[in-house]
Write a protein that binds this ligand. Structure first.
Ligand code: APR
Length: 241
């Protein structure tokens, strides 16, 4: 599998995850064969214009994903990242995810940034209130103020949540680890380049070489659920020795 980079207690680590980390849990990815964007036209379900034109269709798509999300469990890759954060509380560790599922938190990760939003949350198009809604929702759910609710999801053409802070975290980290993302959707896809330019060692784990492979100092090709536990074991042992 090749050598693993070492870390110390002073290493600042930022991890970026994408759909590939949840694939082994049974959550479909977007751009792989059989992925979500093969079955649905993203312009019809994942843009502000789509929601304006046909909110019911958009909600049906997200309600289906919300339902499916309830039946999935974290896999060894999610648990490895959670274990890493838990065992080494003194190490500066942040987990940025493009995923809208709850699997990182369910595995026990704490310092999680959902840059593309969360399936479990809604936002009112009138009063802007964000709410955690775990109950089943109708196809046109309403807020208590009467406004139409939308999924608290970042659609194409919208700016991801907390971008300034995320760039800053990437800029300040020593090690940038990216797992299970095709490296095609910006700004997340540019974090690797940004981190590398600011001196971070960049490490990637993916089933196939991602689009931004060129900017990865170390790349491990394969399943996240098999590689990440080994990587984390190595890092934990670095600090124990
Ligand atoms: N382990 C590691 N990598 C995997 C695995 C696995 N078990 N299974 C699939 N992959 C890889 C694929 O090879 C692919 O490169 O995960 C990547 C998933 O890529 P995408 O489907 O493009 O998902 P992602 O990069 O997260 O998409 C980014 O696009 O549609 C939007 O907002 C959506 O957050 C999403 C964003």
């Amino acid at each position: 599998m090749g050598p693993f980079v070492n870390i110390t207690r002073r290493t600042k680590i930022v991890v970026l995850t994408g759909a590939g980390i949840s694939a082994e849990s049974g959550v479909p990815t977007f751009r792989d064969k059989g992925g979500i964007w093969e079955k649905y036209d993203l312009m019809s379900v994942a843009t502000p214009q789509a929601f304006e034109g046909d909110p019911q269709l958009v909600w049906r798509f997200y309600n289906e994903r919300r339902k499916q999300g309830k039946s999935v469990q974290p896999n060894p890759a999610h648990y490895a990242l959670a274990r890493f954060e838990r065992l080494l509380p003194e190490v500066d560790f942040a987990l940025i995810t493009q995923n809208v599922d709850h699997l990182h938190r369910e595995a026990g990760s704490k310092n999680v940034y959902h840059m593309h939003g969360e399936l479990s949350k809604t936002r009112c198009t009138r009063c802007e209130r964000v709410e955690e809604r775990l109950d089943e929702l109708p196809d046109l759910p309403r807020c208590s103020c009467g406004g139409l609710l939308r999924p608290h999801i970042v659609w194409f053409g919208e700016i991801p949540f907390g971008t300034d802070k995320l760039y800053q975290m990437v800029e300040e980290c020593d090690l940038f680890l990216v797992v299970g993302t095709s490296g095609l959707v910006h700004p997340a896809a540019g974090f690797v380049i940004h981190g590398k330019r600011h001196g971070a060692v960049t490490v990637g784990v993916n089933l196939t070489p991602p689009e931004n492979r060129l900017y990865l100092d170390y790349f491990y090709e394969g399943k996240a659920g098999e590689i990440l536990p080994k990587l984390v074991n190595h890092w934990v042992s670095c600090l124990d020795s």
